[in-house]
Design a protein around this ligand. Sequence first.
Ligand code: PGA
Length: 258
Amino acid sequence: MTRPLVIGNWKMNLDYVEAIHLTQQLGVILKNKPLEHVELVVVPPFVDLRSVTSVVESDRVDLEVGAQHASQHDTGAHTGEVSVPMLQRLNVHWVLVGHSERRAMYAMNDEVVAQTLRTVLRHGLQAVLCVGEELAVRESGEQVDFVTAQLHAALAGVEEKSRPLVTIAYEPVWAIGSGLTASTEQVRDMTEHIRTVAASLSLDTVRVLYGGSVNPENAASLMIEGGVDGFLVGGASLKAESFLTIGQVANDCYDVKR
Ligand code: PGA
C-alpha cells in the first residue's frame, strides 16, 4: 500500500485569523500524537496561505500546504486570478485542479483543467486532479465513460518526469457536501477503473483519493473496502479533531494493510 494522503479543502471558509488558529491547533495535536505514515495537506483560501505557511514553518507543524485553484497562465492581465509561481513563492506545494465547484460555477472546462494541470506540473508542484460525475450521469449509468473522458482530457501526454507529481481525487458531485457518501462498492469500482485508465496513460503508481462527505465514521470502510489511498475532505477538515481523526484512521489502515 502506498503512503496515505489526506487533504483538507477548507473551501471559502475561515478568514486568516481563524486559519492561523486552526493551523496552531493542528500543530499542537500533531506534536502530541504524530501521524507517522500519513501525508497531511491543508488547502486554505488564497488570502490565508501566507499566514498558514508562516505558522507551519515557525511551529514546525507536520503539514503541507496547498491552494484550491491556480491560473493556467504564469502572469499577465487575468484579474482575480493567482499564478502558480506566486503560490510557489509562498511555499505552497500542492494545487487542486478542476474541483467540481470550479468546473460547475466558474466555467472551468476540460481544456482549462488540462492547461492548468500542465502549468502546475511545469513548475514542479503536486497537482490533485479532481474528477467525478453529477447525479444525472450516475442515474443514467454513464459514470464510467464520464470519468474516463475527464481523465483522458487532463492526463493524456503528461511528461514522464511530471507523472510522480499527479494525484487523482474521485469526487462524485452528488456526494460533495451532501452528507450522501458513495457506497464502498461504488468507490471501489470507480477507483479500480481510474487506476486502469491511469495505467493506460503511463501513470501506474498514481495515488487515488476519494472525496465527498468523508467523516471520521466512514473513513475506515472507504479506505479498506473502497480501496483508496486517502481522502479529499471538505466539511470535516474545518475542525482539528475531525480532520486529524480521519488522518488517524488512514494511519491505522496503513498499519493494518502493510
Ligand atoms: P465534503 O467536500 O467533504 O464537504 O463533501 C469534499 C470536497 O469538495 O472536496
